[in-house]
Design a protein around this ligand. Sequence first.
Ligand code: NDP
Ligand code: 2IT
Length: 443
Amino acid sequence: MTKQDFMEKVTAKNQNEPEFLQAVEEVVNSIWDVYQDNPRFVEAKILERLVEPERVIMFRVPWMDDKGNTHVNRGYRVEFNSALGPYKGGLRFHPSVTLSILKFLGFEQIFKNSLTTLPMGGGKGGSDFDAKGKSDAEIMRFCQSFMSELFRHIGPNTDVPAGDIGVGGREIGFLFGMYKKLRNEFTGVLTGKGLNWGGSLIRPEATGFGAVYFTQEMLKTKGETLAGKTVAVSGFGNVAWGATQKINELGGKVVTLSGPDGYIYDKEGISGDKIDFMLQMRASNNDRVQDYADEYDVPFYPNKRPWEVKCDVALPCATQNELFEDDAKKLVENGCICVTEGANMPCTPEAIKVLQANKILYAPGKAANAGGVATSGLEMSQNSLRFNWSREEVDEKLHTIMKNIHDACKKYGEDGDYIDYAKGANIAGFMKVANAMLDQGLV
Ligand code: NDP
Ligand code: 2IT
């Protein structure tokens, strides 16, 4: 079968799932040659099996608002692949959530989790719930209703959800409380838990820290560091917050943040109290980055993306498909040398082509943002040990994992004087999962 035949079959089977097909195509393009070079994989139809989730759970989530009105949302959990360990991956609560988006995220998670070297399979879940304007009590009732179905399908050795867009510490708390009540069990069934009830130090910062550690490793290959560099960040949520902290620590300057409403430009740099203000914006559920411009009297550009700003490094940390071909061209024109994906699949395939053709350092999310799930893996280990590591211990383990992911991508992606990190990440992630699937027979 040719690559085109394969993609045609997957497309026919998964119509109306553009994000999922985008993620599959990207992986298939990278691994096709390696796949063909391993007849054992081809005979066992590893790729055909890999693109089919092991299980998809879809359920009704009814809840009542503060005024007594009834609402119904749709809940999902995509248990994609358990060759390397229990299904592991976040929950996303956002009105844009569809099965296609959760399948793309679950599919990416398989390779990402494989790259961490920790024993975790791939999964993702969530709901089309819109937290905008909701009270804490409404969010709690929604989370409780969501868990009153999900609890049947998860467990510390089965499937371990965590946060993603719209799901942070508060939501994990409400979800955990309901799981514990229904199962009468205090276990490590979710990660991103509060520090005094089983959470790990550094987990909130981990995705952003990890993306910056990965950036440091990439810059090192060019004899560069983050000191004195201007960085454009998108989003203003959990990942953007962690990344902004670490960039400041390493002497870089973050000049932008963005939301669905536009972006802000702070030429003095986002540091100190301004980083804490990001937490306030995230918790306010009002979907606006403009609040930052109002608070600090800096320019706000409505309905625009931050990639038109002159920067050395760009860190998309908001959502999928938020950096397009034209944005990539602008970044190149403005002298940007490195693009690190903090979000999952933020660059479109056309944008990636532009970055790679111009030999810009480019790191795909499944490698660069793996620090979040890696630290979730460390949280699971601590829960099993019934013991907590110190901040320094977790940070050091995270840092080592990110360096190792960088080196694994380099090993499989090095091509002359350019490292194709996307290809490297896909091949390194795939090989482990494919071999594990072969070992475990036709299941
Ligand atoms: P948060 O909910 O904390 O923040 C998400 C940010 O992106 C918010 O600023 C949000 O604004 C914005 N956003 C969401 N949708 C859109 C949109 N359609 N257009 C523009 N902006 C948007 O989520 P996280 O920081 O956790 O997640 C950000 C990205 O990082 C996602 O791609 C996620 O999958 C990825 N990621 C997260 C990890 C984690 O551990 N949390 C780990 C690895 C990757 P608003 O909410 O107001 O819409
Ligand atoms: O996309 C991701 O890797 C996450 N949202 C984190 C998943 C996790 O299980 O910590």
